[in-house]
Design a protein around this ligand. Structure first.
Ligand SMILES: NC(=O)c1ccc[n+]([C@@H]2O[C@H](COP(=O)([O-])OP(=O)(O)OC[C@H]3O[C@@H](n4cnc5c(N)ncnc54)[C@H](O)[C@@H]3O)[C@@H](O)[C@H]2O)c1
Length: 596
């Protein structure tokens, strides 16, 4: 029989604590909610009221249930109020000495059988537990932000946590409607160990002006389907908390430089820019605590006119290539009303691409998304040829041939001879330096990367890659064209992986390393990222879809260009590729897909 928890205590009513109070009270459990001072207590009370009022307004909580919820919460200043609770969850700032002091005090104040839990994200639960005389009753219960919404709880057992305490807490999580993964005490547990290197890397991109906050966030939302971009997430977590978590993970987690907090973060914390809770972090909010972003001096002008600033007029587009990407790109441009010249290496290939474009457009008609007349008009805008010379009068060329530098360079040298002056020459490369391609021409200022995602007709993102020679007009044109295609063009520098792959693949590689170290299972890791962070797929699901060979190749490129030791491909990934386990396409990757 699992232990009954009728009253729990929550210490610290900040970003996490206030949400944790709500989770318990919503599930019929009485809560003693404790803060350090009256003003802090008032803030906590207001946060809880704000959250439950929003739930009522959205129709997710009945008025009577809200009132009953509030009646279950007793607010108090000081730990003495916790003398008769069955469980305490501590959610004070991420400092070991503070937490140890609080646990020593809780040990003195609470009943001998009370379980003492910490919501720490990165500190050692073991080190916190030894500040008490009952380390076997100390455990980590790590909720995710916002606690009332996110389904995951990481339950962290130390080497001395009693098995029945673990079982009782697991049963409690189930009662709260949460999904728990139980793991050992290691810096960052599952989710944060995989998340924070990525968040820190995104901050480094802002710091180095590699891309803007808006573009980085849009790239990860639209390119990977994440619920929010990394910088908006930093603001939600709180920059002070994020700093402490990174700092602890750096020190505890083997001094991985990717966890060394980017200097900009420290500066922002010192300047009081803590994220949503202070009303300003990477973004500016309507007021402290508000989720609503308001424009500030860094907000880009939103109008199309501004997009078109300096952009050249584009009416006719050449697309070179006959693969998946070229086919999708031809369709996208033709549908958007551009005249398209498709260039392949022969009539047979042209016929195949033409067939593929027709098939795809027909699917749109069958699904009721495209009128027959629009399909016919789109097809009528495309001319098919095997002769590059037919690109003499286009305004934009998009190259989507094989991913080999020598082939692309030779093609760009030819384009340079054939195309009229002022044409924008774009490459869709996903891994080669755009500058190498640009320097094969006499007009590197007109060369830009246009990195479409697969399938091009569906994915809403285009990365616009500017080299150190790309002119502002060329970049503006690429961005305006992306918008005209109904896509979001995000601008970034010419570095391996651009924005999306540079942020995504090291995270996937880290997940493989975590599996390899037997810290957790593929299922639990996938669960943690989906339920704790709202990702549409877990890392192993995604790796099997993308292909392990493709993922390994991208990771190798990142490692070779940036020489970051943490980017070294996980040996397990290499072995699976060597063994021919490439993911869904070979029916086996991290999982066996032969029966599905
Ligand atoms: N922010 C997140 O997204 C997140 C997610 C999961 C876990 N965590 C962890 O939760 C914990 C709290 O983080 P947060 O972001 O809520 O911090 P926060 O700064 O928003 O809130 C901390 C609260 O603790 C109170 N406090 C400080 N000293 C106290 C004391 N002696 N007694 C009682 N209350 C005290 C403060 O007044 C403040 O309200 C940290 O360990 C953090 O790592 C944070």
């Amino acid at each position: 029989m699992a232990r009954e928890f009728s009253t729990v205590g929550v210490v610290g009513l900040g970003t996490m604590g206030a949400g944790i109070v709500e989770v318990f009270a919503r599930n019929g459990i009485d809560v003693v909610a404790v803060e350090i001072s009256e003003p802090a207590l008032e803030r906590g009370r207001a946060t809880l009221a704000g959250s439950t009022d929003r739930a009522v307004a959205k129709g997710k909580l009945a008025v009577a249930d809200r009132d009953a919820l509030h009646e279950r919460v007793h607010f108090a200043v000081g730990l003495d109020a916790l003398h008769s609770v069955d469980l305490v969850i501590e959610a004070v700032p991420e400092h070991l000495d503070l937490k140890q002091r609080i646990f020593a005090e809780l040990d003195r104040v609470c009943k001998p059988e009370t379980i003492l839990a910490t919501n720490t994200s990165s500190l050692s639960v073991t080190e916190i537990s030894v500040a008490t005389s009952r380390p076997n009753q100390v455990i980590g219960i790590h909720f995710f932000n916002p606690a009332p919404v996110m389904k995951l709880v990481e339950v962290v057992r130390t080497v001395v946590t009693a098995p029945e305490v673990v079982a009782d807490v697991e049963a409690l999580c189930a009662r709260l409607g949460k999904v728990d993964v139980t793991i050992n005490d290691r810096a960052g547990f599952i989710a944060n160990a995989l998340l924070f290197g990525y968040l820190n890397h995104a901050v480094a991109m802002v710091e180095s002006h590699y891309a803007t906050r808006e573009d980085i966030d849009a790239a990860m939302k639209l390119g990977c389907g994440l619920p929010m971009g990394p910088l908006a997430l930093m603001d939600l977590i709180g920059l002070d908390t994020a700093y402490e978590i990174l700092d602890t993970m750096y020190r505890r987690g083997g001094r991985d430089r990717r966890h060394a907090p980017v200097p900009l973060l420290k500066q922002m914390v010192t300047a009081g820019l803590l994220g949503r809770k202070s009303g300003r972090g990477f973004y500016t909010y309507e007021r402290p605590g508000s989720p609503k972003v308001v424009p500030d001096e860094n907000t880009p002008p939103a109008t199309d006119a501004a997009l078109a600033d300096g952009a050249r007029a584009i009416a006719k587009v050449g697309v070179v290539g006959s693969g998946t990407m070229a086919t999708g790109i031809i369709e996208v441009f033709a549908k958007a009303g551009y005249e398209v010249v498709s260039v392949t290496r022969g009539a047979e290939k042209s016929a195949a691409v033409c067939e593929a474009v027709k098939t795809s457009l027909n699917k749109g008609v069958v699904r009721g998304k495209l009128a027959e007349t629009d399909r016919d008009a789109a097809l009528g805008r495309i001319t098919w040829t095997a002769t590059l010379d037919h690109l003499a009068d286009v305004d934009l060329v998009v190259e989507a041939v094989v991913e080999e530098l020598s082939v692309k360079k030779a093609l760009f040298a030819s384009l340079d001879e054939i195309c009229k002056p002022g044409v924008v020459l774009a490459t869709t490369t996903s891994s080669l330096p755009v500058i190498d391609v640009a320097m094969a021409t006499q007009r590197p200022a007109d060369v830009v990367g246009l990195h479409f995602f697969n399938p091009a007709p569906v994915m809403p993102l285009v990365e616009v890659v500017r080299t150190i020679r790309t002119s502002p007009e060329t970049t503006a044109t690429a961005r305006a064209v992306s918008a005209a295609l109904g896509k979001t063009g995000v601008v970034c520098g010419d570095r391996s992986g651009f924005i999306v792959n540079a942020l995504l693949f090291p995270y996937l590689n880290d997940a493989v390393k975590m599996l390899e170290a037997s810290y957790s299972t593929a299922d639990d890791i996938d669960h943690a990222m989906k339920l704790g962070c709202g990702y549409p797929m877990g890392p192993f699901e995604l790796l099997d879809v993308v292909g392990l060979d493709v993922s390994l190749a991208i990771q190798r490129e990142l490692y070779l260009e940036l020489r970051e030791p943490g980017f070294a491909p996980a040996p397990l990934l290499e072995h699976l590729v060597t063994a021919g386990y490439l993911g869904r396409k070979t029916r086996r990757g991290f999982r066996d897909h032969s029966h599905r």
